[in-house]
Design a protein around this ligand. Structure first.
Ligand SMILES: Cc1cc2nc3c(=O)[nH]c(=O)nc-3n(C[C@H](O)[C@H](O)[C@H](O)COP(=O)(O)OP(=O)(O)OC[C@H]3O[C@@H](n4cnc5c(N)ncnc54)[C@H](O)[C@@H]3O)c2cc1C
Length: 463
């Protein structure tokens, strides 16, 4: 590609305006780096695609730093009780651990429409002039000086660095793969599809209350339900495809496919008065997608780097995909902040970005790899797979609220915050709660403290 007319040059080009891209844009603005461009293929940064999103304390603390938390909380309410059911509607186990999150760690677990979240994020942007919508990055060419991006419509821009927040079918990742020495690597080698999911939204219904969540464990098709404000229902029906597809060959679905799987679970009882069919019949929207899984082996070149689903794609069962996208964007921003603070002559060298990207990837790969794996295990357990994953289903009856809370704390312990942006009192509370937990956990490991899981945090869960 040889650029004919370069319309503009930017220090940072963000490709993709989903949760990862918008976190990056807001984070750059919070760090005082206003001169970026964000390019999004959709005609809006908050497209109406009918999806929902679950936010957990690790993502919410960063959103609190970005000034988003009050607006988000206006549009949802914390999850409280999670009931795990078998295919006959019989209760396997029930936990109120999520309900303790606000008092134990400062933030709850929340569900809301994805479009609403993206709108809240977009409204917070200061530099609306930096946003280019209805434009796709069609190709990229990296040189030692910069990266040239060809945009749909034929124009070119250049950037010192390109951040690919462009989702699981990332164009930026493809270019990074291509730039690697040695045998060629393709996303089909590391991202695959074994499951599909119908997701939808239905209005509140008597028999399912605000704050409730449900998992139905069943080999033929499994169900996950979360509730949002006033009891609005965000639901998922998971299906095992019976074989594994490479990313480029993942199946596509029609309306008939949605109906077929949802009718097959319509009879399943969710509560004493509600069957899944009652929820499905009242749906405002339903979509069916393949569920990709995988972690890219290479996350960066000298001037290009990937975040979010472009780098690490998990099934939705751990409700962590977006939260991990927020975390990755944060760690990358923290590494880049170190670069912006250097003298300009040093920043001109592409090695400085390469090294910062390397540190970011090194820090994030182990955690995201583990979360992709854990989400996959939960998905397989819900769909009745055998082997080690079956233990997840088998141990459910023995788990107490404290056990669930312990797992939550373990998961939040390594979560990052934006460097140089103050924490609110709730953010500080999260920090202290996790520090105290880690201290007591280490003391227990060393034999210096003899406590059960409840003694590792505030010990108020059995109230
Ligand atoms: C059914 C389902 C349920 C889920 N539920 C949850 C949940 O409860 N909690 C949770 O944390 N996560 C959940 N996830 C995962 C979560 O939605 C993703 O992990 C998250 O949205 C990833 O954000 P992202 O910004 O990395 O990618 P995306 O959301 O995919 O955004 C990428 C953006 O880049 C744009 N783009 C792509 N290519 C180009 C290009 N060449 N040029 C310009 N723009 C481009 C796209 O239009 C898109 O807007 C769920 C996922 C699915 C499928």
């Amino acid at each position: 590609m040889s650029p004919c007319t370069i319309s503009s040059h930017y220090p940072v080009a963000i490709v993709g305006g989903g949760v990862a891209g918008l976190t990056l844009a807001l984070g750059l603005e919070a760090q005082g780096i206003i001169h970026y461009v964000l390019i999004e293929a959709h005609d809006s940064l908050a497209p109406d695609e009918g999806a929902s999103i679950g936010l957990l304390p690790n993502g919410l603390r960063i959103f609190d730093q970005l000034g988003l938390i009050d607006e988000i909380e206006k549009h949802t309410s914390p999850l409280q009780r999670w009931r795990h059911l078998d295919g006959e509607g019989e209760l396997i186990s029930e936990t109120n651990a999520l309900g303790y999150y606000p008092s134990q760690i400062g933030y709850g677990g929340l569900f809301l429409e994805r479009r609403k979240l993206l709108q809240i994020m977009t409204n917070k942007l200061k530099n609306h002039g930096a946003i280019i919508t209805s434009t796709r990055v069609s190709s990229l060419e990296e040189t030692t000086e910069n990266v040239a991006l060809k945009l749909s419509g034929g124009s070119y821009i250049t950037a010192d660095i390109v951040i690919g927040a462009d989702g699981v079918r990332s164009r930026v990742r493809e270019e990074i793969d291509r730039s690697q020495p040695g045998p060629s690597v393709h996303s089909d080698d590391y991202i695959n599809v074994r499951f599909a999911c119908v997701y939808g939204i239905s209005p509140p219904i008597d028999g399912i209350s605000e704050g409730e969540c449900f998992s139905v464990y069943r080999p033929e098709a499994a169900i996950l339900i979360f509730t949002g404000q006033a009891g609005i229902i965000f639901w998922f029906v998971f299906e095992d495809l019976g074989q594994t597809y490479e990313l480029s060959k993942s199946p596509r679905y029609t309306k008939a496919d949605i109906d077929s799987v949802c009718q097959s679970v319509a009879h399943l009882r969710i509560s004493s008065t509600v069957c899944f069919g009652d929820v499905y019949t009242r749906r405002s929207v339903a979509m069916k997608v393949s569920l990709e899984e995988g972690v890219a082996p290479t996350w960066h070149s000298h001037r290009m780097v990937i975040v979010g689903d472009a780098a690490h794609k998990s099934t939705p069962n751990a409700a962590m995909g977006a939260n991990q996208a927020i975390e990755s964007a944060t760690v990358l921003l923290n590494e880049l902040q170190g670069v912006w603070n250097k003298p300009e002559e040093e920043i001109l060298s592409s090695n400085i970005f390469h090294d910062a990207f390397g540190r970011y990837a090194e820090r994030r790969k182990p955690r995201t790899g583990m979360i992709v794996q854990r989400a996959g295990i939960t998905c397989r357990a819900q769909l009745g797979h055998d082997g080690p994953v079956a233990a997840v289903r088998q141990e459910l009856p023995s788990l107490t609220d404290d056990d669930w809370l312990f797992r939550g704390f373990m998961g939040f312990s390594d979560s990052p915050v934006l460097a140089g942006v103050p924490l609110s009192p709730r953010g500080e509370f999260f920090h202290q709660a996790v520090e105290q937990f880690q201290e007591r956990f280490r003391a227990r490991q060393n034999g210096q403290l003899k406590v059960s899981n409840s003694g590792l945090f505030g010990n108020q869960t059995q109230a």
